[in-house]
Design a protein around this ligand. Structure first.
Ligand code: COA
Length: 689
């Protein structure tokens, strides 16, 4: 049973019992309908509905969304609750989300525990509330609040719910509060259905649309939610519900909802395999080497999750800089109210910056975030080996370097693993765990456990230049630079990718991170670059001219006042000049041609990465691209998107591009294989094992 019923005197207790999150699947819907009938048959005075465990209910069971809806539907169960002569009261602990919140709306009254949250996150799954949320909520909280809750998807606190009029009380024991409501008072509460709809205020609706256009451009669900809320205002509830249901079902079957569900479950699936869990060693004390931007943000991320952190630097100037860097993040977090003074004080108390490796004698994990140079890192590893206990794990935050080679700097290479954080390390959710050829299962298990504590999304990757994310990025940039010389400008390329759904294009992004990093990488790769591969010198010219990006006032764009971005005709001229020198007749690529080339370049590289066993699955690549590189979440990640195009189509387009440049557009064997045996990338297993 996923809905428990029990009677005490005249009160019925209905409990949703569907671990782990009380998702509302078929059996819960049927159970709720049964409970309505049961309460009426028993002629109860009231029903108190709650969730078993820490949560009221996390909403519809999204695992059912790939199949056709099966009766009884949630709206039917909720209409029955609302229409019943026995009043229902929701007692909410933990989360009441989506369908869970809609159950509460159908009840006569609602009480929340102080720490509970209520909200409508459906847009995050590409749908809108489908069981009355868009119709009942505006009656209770007004038009502006309802639009905000439903289009943002963000849950609100009990205090805020009280302020908006959504609930009737906050109580440490909401069940007791529901029990204590006086029968007469209960009888006089006006339900959502009887409350008048708020008046249609065009300016509020327009403001909501503008907000969605700026924050969730290209996403269908939030705009559709606004339409549905707006059209429900002048209608009887039953008619509004019908409009809502139709929109919900249409969105549920659409590409965006499928993509968002895919990412939702991929994110939750990114965890240590059961066989590894027991082997994890969770450190209390972590050493971080290097207090630059990356090292200090890693240190802060660790402090934020309760670890004791010792940051090691070369000299006292480095120590002072590291302390200041960490302090700056603490101050910024205080300013944005992410933390309070007490928690800032606790973090400071757990943090030391020093030059003395003697202070890490008890640390069981060290994360090296020193300068990106093999010799420097090997030196650090050596020092760590002498200072740490023999069982401690030694991790490197390198973004490109060969972990296998690095591991040879220590006697026991099994304790070495890569932990590739993304800047800013205390905010970005992705963590690439790099498995070297010697890395032990304990080191991998511990890296997974660390990711969990840091609330990051772990993806295990193999060793190659750039691992998964930066290798795809390098190919993306190479393809973009090729367009630059062959005919496009940085702003045309950026705009094409923003239209696709990226928050920013590759050149705007590179101006933010700085052109010098990629430049150093190109120099490192000079010795091993395939001489047959086209080399585009434009980025090197930029660095020679001191155009390093935002930090130098100019990069691919100019930043005259340090903030606003303007196109730079000099950069366009460099492209034309280099094309002339190379004897290239430039082509005027359309936005869709630009997009197609850049996306195909990334897909082909990603297919190679999968084929070589560097990534373990297509959905791991989806996680990397969405959570580390700004690929639009609502497109489901790079490989999910590729599967919507289809391998046959991709190979066909790549073959045409290969006629232009057979080296750069060499088709991945995995894509060929997908075509031959008619399979998707999602179902392709990597051959390298
Ligand atoms: N449908 C189906 N399964 C769900 C689910 C849903 N709506 N919400 C959570 N789950 C599953 C997760 O997939 C996970 O399964 P797993 O253990 O097999 O991996 C499990 O419940 C726990 O979820 P998780 O997110 O890891 O737990 P949490 O404690 O960190 O967070 C919530 C709990 C409820 C805040 C979070 O799961 C959430 O936001 N869920 C989605 C709510 C939603 O969008 N509802 C509207 C649906 S239209």
């Amino acid at each position: 049973m996923t809905v428990n019923m029990r009677r005490e005197d005249n009160v019925g207790y209905v409990e949703i019992d569907n671990a782990p999150v009380n998702a509302i699947g078929l059996s819960v819907r049927a159970g709720l309908l049964d409970a309505v009938r049961w309460a009426e048959e028993q002629n109860l005075e009231r029903v108190i509905v709650s969730g078993k465990g820490a949560m009221f209910a996390a909403g519809a069971d999204a695992r059912e969304f790939d199949a056709d809806p099966v009766e009884p539907h949630l709206p039917d169960a909720l209409n029955a609750i609302e229409d019943s002569f026995v009043p229902w009261i929701a007692a909410i602990e933990g989360f009441a989300l989506g369908g869970g919140a809609e159950i509460a709306l159908a009840c006569t009254m609602r009480f929340m525990a102080p720490s509970a949250r209520i909200g409508f996150p459906e847009v995050n799954l590409g749908v809108i509330p489908g069981a009355g949320g868009t119709q009942r909520l505006p009656h209770m909280v007004g038009l502006a609040n309802a639009l905000d809750m439903i289009t943002s998807g963000k849950p609100i606190t009990a205090a805020r719910a009280m302020e908006t009029g959504l609930i009737h009380g906050i109580d440490d024991d909401p069940m007791d509060a529901a029990f204590m409501v006086n029968g007469e008072a209960l009888g006089s509460v006006v339900s959502a259905k009887e409350l008048p709809a708020p008046p249609l205020d065009e300016s509020i609706v327009q403001a909501a649309r503008d907000q969605v256009h700026s924050k969730a451009a290209n996403q269908k669900a939030p705009l559709r939610a606004i339409d549905v809320i707006e059209s429900g205002l002048g209608k009887a509830l039953i008619d509004g519900l019908a409009i809502e249901r139709e929109a919900f079902l249409e969105l549920r079957n659409g590409e965006q909802a499928k993509a968002l569900r895919h990412i939702f479950f991929a994110e939750r699936g990114a965890k240590a395999p059961l066989s590894l869990v027991a082997q994890a060693v969770i450190p209390e004390h972590v050493a971080v080497v290097g207090g630059g931007t990356m090292g200090s943000a890693i240190a802060y991320a660790l402090l934020n999750c309760g670890f004791k952190v010792t940051l090691l630097e070369n000299d006292t100037a480095g120590v002072d800089r590291a302390k200041q860097n960490v302090e700056n993040i603490i101050a910024a977090s205080l300013k944005r109210a992410f933390i309070n003074e007490q928690s800032a004080g606790e973090k400071r108390a757990r943090f030391t910056a020093t030059t003395d490796y003697g202070e890490i004698a008890n640390a069981t994990l060290a994360i090296e975030a020193a300068f990106e140079n093999m010799e420097v890192k090997r030196f650090v590893f050596h020092a760590l080996e002498s200072a740490l206990p023999a069982h401690a794990i030694i991790a490197s935050n390198t973004s490109y370097l060969d972990i296998n080679q690095l591991a040879l700097a220590v006697k026991d290479p099994t304790r070495v693993v890569g932990l590739h954080f993304f800047a800013p390390a205390h905010i970005m959710k992705l963590l690439e765990i790099v498995r070297g050829e010697h890395t032990s299962a304990t080191a991998i298990a511990s890296a997974y456990a660390l990711a969990k504590k840091l609330r990051k999304i772990p993806v295990v990757v193999g060793v190659c230049d750039g691992f998964v994310g930066n290798r795809i990025l390098a190919r993306y940039r190479e393809a973009a630079d090729t367009l630059l010389i062959d005919g496009s400008t940085p702003w045309e390329i950026d705009e094409a990718m923003v239209e696709f759904g990226y928050a920013m294009g590759p050149y705007t992004a590179q101006d933010l991170s700085g052109l010098d990093i990629a430049h150093a990488n190109r120099r490192r790769q000079d010795a091993t670059r395939d001489p047959a591969r086209r080399y585009i010198p434009i980025a090197d010219r930029m660095v020679e001219l001191g155009k390093l990006g935002r930090k130098s006032g100019a990069g691919w764009y100019r930043y005259p006042d340090g903030v606003s971005r303007v196109d730079d005709p000099i950069v366009a001229d460099i492209g034309i000049e280099e094309a002339h020198l190379a004897g290239i007749s430039r082509v005027d690529y359309s936005a869709s041609e630009i997009r197609e080339r850049l996306l195909l370049a990334m897909i082909n590289e990603a297919a190679n990465i999968l084929h070589e066993g560097i990534a373990q699955s297509a959905s791991d690549i989806d996680l990397v691209t969405v959570f580390g590189y700004g690929f639009p979440r609502w497109r489901g990640g790079l490989m999910h998107y590729a599967d919507t195009i289809g391998a046959l189509n991709i190979v066909d387009k790549l073959s045409k591009l290969a006629e232009e440049d057979a080296v750069a557009w060499k088709i991945s064997p995995l894509l060929q294989e997908c075509v031959e045996v008619n399979k998707t990338l999602a179902s392709a297993l990597n051959d390298a094992g």
